[in-house]
Structures are given as C-alpha cells and as structure tokens.
Design a protein around this ligand. Structure first.
Ligand SMILES: Cc1cc2nc3c(=O)[nH]c(=O)nc-3n(C[C@H](O)[C@H](O)[C@H](O)COP(=O)(O)O)c2cc1C
Length: 352
C-alpha cells in the first residue's frame, strides 16, 4: 500500500523520547525511533507491506494518509505565519481546565507539591534602592476622558516628568494594590491589571532619562517596596532606540520600560504550553493599564514588541531562560496638535 505522511509534521527529539505532532490534528504521538523513521520516509510517499499493523494504526490516527489523498495547502494565516505558529495554535486550544474535574484536581495538587511555589517577588539585584513617593500626583481626569484620549504617542516634548507622576504610573501599572491569601497557591498580588492565573509574572525594568529628582539610569522597579533598584547596565534614550529598531519613540521619552516575564511563577502553576499565550495576554493587560494611567496623568505612551530581545535580556541581566523581555513601553509629555491628537494623525476627509 502506498502511503504518505501528513504535512507539516513536527518531530520533537528529546533523548529517547520522540513526539510527533501536526497542526492538522489534535493528537500528539509518542513514537519509537522506527515509527519516526517511517514517518520521515513517508514524507514523499512510501510503499508499505499490506497489513502492517503500525501503518494501519498511523493511517487510523491520520498521521499517514493513502498516497492519493489531496492534502490542502496551508491557508491564511498559517500559510504566512508558518508551521511553528500553526502547531502552537492547534496544541494550545481547547486545553482541559483542570479544576472542573475533582480527580484531576487532586492529581494536579499532588504534582504541584513536587517543588516549592516560586516566590511572588523578584530578589533585588542590589542592596541599593531609591524609594519613590507614593500616590502623590493629581489624577482628576474622568474615566470617559481617559477612554477618549488614550492614543499612541510617538513624539514627546523635551521636558522632565514630575517624579510624582512617574512614581504613580509605575505603582498603578506594576505594583500590587492589595493581596489575597490563595492557600497552597500562596499570597497573591492583586494589581490594577488582571492576570491569568494571578501569578503576576510581569515585572518592570525602567530606564530613566528625564524624571525630576531621579538620577538617569537603568533600574528594576521593586514593586513591593515601590522603589528603583539600580542595575549594572547603562541605558540612555539611544540604547532604547537601538533595542526597539529605531522607531523614534525614545528620542524625547522621559523614561522607558521593558516588561519582563518571570516565567517560573507561571510555569509552576500551569504546566502546559497554553500558559505562554496567557503570559503574553497578561503583558497586554499591564501595558493597557500603563497607557490609560499615563493618559489620566496627562502623559503619553508608545509601545512595541519589536525588541532586540537577546540584547535586552543581557542588558537587564535576566536569569536565563526563565526570565525574558516581553514588551517595550515609552512615556513622556506628548506633543499634541490643536485638536488634542498626536500630530501625525490625519483625520479622513474623503470617502474611501
Ligand atoms: C501589541 C502592540 C504592539 C505595538 N507595536 C507597535 C510598534 O511596533 N510600533 C508602533 O509605532 N506602534 C505600535 N503599537 C501601537 C499601535 O500602532 C497603535 O495602538 C495603533 O496604531 C492604534 O493607535 P492608538 O493606539 O492611538 O489607538 C503597538 C500596539 C500594540 C497593542
């Protein structure tokens, strides 16, 4: 019988353990080397002996197909985004929610006990800290005003930011506002932004360029003590421009933030690839709170995921591979047109 393997096929080799998966099927298979070799050999068609039980099984599972089967080419968006993204997508959908089944929950609890819960805060990078003023800046803007005014600002005026606004913006974006006792899950931070799993793995690393009363430099924002812990690395506006592919936001920004995921906090609780999706959604939530709080304080923000991640991770002296940069934020005093919008926005004037 002539057969062919389904494509694209992803083969994971980890010592003796071989796993095959395809974004076209929900199943992932643990296979022997012989089966993996068979699938490889069948990429462009293979004659197999009639009645071969392994071939019959793979045909039944859909990993092998009768040779004449037409396999539809990848459609958008997977055609453009590629097999790795497609496979991640398929295999992080419809994941079982563990707490809906008491037996599973019990097994899950036992599994969690295999290592201690990671601490919810990052150890300080140095003994020094610059403690910041707490909740000092006026914030009288109405919620409607904030909703209507939040825009991406890529041009800032060359001014210093008051330390109070700077400190409050960090506080509301990245610091806990309350705590919750979650039993075996430990004491959880509750921040203004929601966070899938409440692990709050997003930390802020801050590069200060022009904030009154704060020495320019690179810091980790210690969100429990509400202060800046200096790092060894050096970063000015030019450094952040370089790290974000020279988009221009940082030329006159008063400070920049690189958000960092401390992924262990999350991977201890969620032991499935889908957690990576949630982690990225969580950064988006934090960034939105950052942008809206900045708006309420009369400031402007820009953000980008186009980061030279490896260089940024090195600059921030992150623990590899469990910590990594996720997003870059810029903040300053926005340059506004007469209509109150960023000067680059053109309002449409003709039907299109
Ligand atoms: C996840 C994300 C990534 C972004 N990346 C960039 C970027 O790389 N460069 C940029 O100029 N703007 C970036 N932006 C800003 C968007 O371009 C902006 O939100 C969009 O143009 C709508 O404008 P508004 O924010 O004023 O509503 C990003 C926004 C988000 C949410």
């Amino acid at each position: 019988v002539k057969v062919k393997a389904i494509t694209p096929l992803q083969l994971e080799l980890a010592g003796e353990r071989i796993t095959v998966s395809t974004p076209r099927l929900r199943k992932r298979l643990r296979v022997t080397r012989k089966v993996a070799e068979l699938l490889l050999a069948a990429q462009s068609g293979l004659d197999t002996a009639p009645g071969d039980p392994v071939v019959a099984k793979l045909l039944g599972l859909g990993f092998l197909l009768p040779h004449e089967t037409e396999v539809e080419p990848a459609k958008s968006p997977w055609r453009e985004w590629g097999a790795a993204a497609w496979n991640f997508h398929t295999h992080t959908r419809d994941t079982p929610f563990v707490v809906s089944n008491p037996e599973q929950l019990e097994r899950y609890r036992e599994k969690l006990a295999d290592r201690p819960a990671p601490v919810a805060t990052r150890a300080p990078a140095s003994d020094l800290i610059l403690l910041l003023p707490r909740v000092r800046a006026p914030m009288e803007a109405s919620f409607r005003h904030v909703l209507e005014s939040r825009r991406t600002h890529r041009h800032f005026t060359e001014h210093e930011l008051p330390a109070e606004s700077f400190a409050d913006l960090l506080h509301y974006s990245f610091a806990p506002l309350r705590f919750a006792d979650a039993g075996e899950m430990g004491v959880l931070q509750l921040r203004a932004a929601a966070s899938g799993g409440a692990r709050h793995e997003t930390e802020a690393f801050v590069a200060v360029f022009a904030v009154t009363g704060v020495t320019p430099g690179l810091y980790h924002y210690d969100n429990i003590r509400h202060g800046l812990v200096p790092l060894n690395g050096y970063a000015d506006q030019e450094t952040f421009e370089h790290l974000t592919h020279r988009q221009g936001f940082y030329r006159h920004a008063c400070f920049g933030v690189l958000t960092v995921a401390v992924a262990d906090r999350m991977s201890w609780k969620y032991r499935h690839a889908a957690a990576y999706k949630i982690l990225l959604q969580n950064v988006g939530h934090a960034a939105q709170v950052f942008a809206m709080t900045a708006t309420a304080l009369g400031l402007g923000t820009a953000m980008t995921g186009a980061i030279r991640h490896t260089e940024a991770d090195t600059l921030l002296e992150l623990e590899q591979p469990s910590e990594f940069t996720t997003f870059a934020l810029a903040c300053g005093l926005p340059e506004l047109g007469t209509d109150g919008l960023p000067t680059a926005i053109r309002t449409p004037s003709r039907p299109s």
